[in-house]
Ligand binder design. Structure first.
Ligand SMILES: [Zn+2]
Length: 96
């Protein structure tokens, strides 16, 4: 259990959304990109830039604030997003 916790804290991930720097250390849940190509495409389109060209999607995380609260699930002590959840809350729209 202790090992898992240390591994979690040591993960250098921050949210991949533009102008968002939320980290798990700040108490935000970060989620991986979906495995299905269809949803990966929808997520990268939602991010508004070609994120797949920057880094492998495997290494990207998106934080919980970009999802509707109804799309979040509590699993044990962790938060996850529903399988078909689509991120929709980004600050990009406000800056245009
Ligand atoms: Zn974020």
């Amino acid at each position: 259990m202790r090992k898992i916790w240390i591994f979690y804290c040591a993960m250098p991930h921050i949210c991949c959304a533009s102008r968002c720097f939320n980290t798990p250390q700040q108490g935000y849940a970060l989620v991986r990109f979906p495995k299905e190509d269809r949803y990966r495409k929808i997520w990268s389109d939602a991010l508004g830039e070609n994120v797949s060209s920057k880094r492998s999607l495997e290494n990207l995380r998106l934080c919980e604030v970009h999802f509707e609260p109804s799309d979040l699930l509590i699993v044990g002590s962790r938060k996850e997003v529903k399988k078909n959840a689509i991120p929709s809350r980004f600050c990009i729209a406000f800056l245009r």
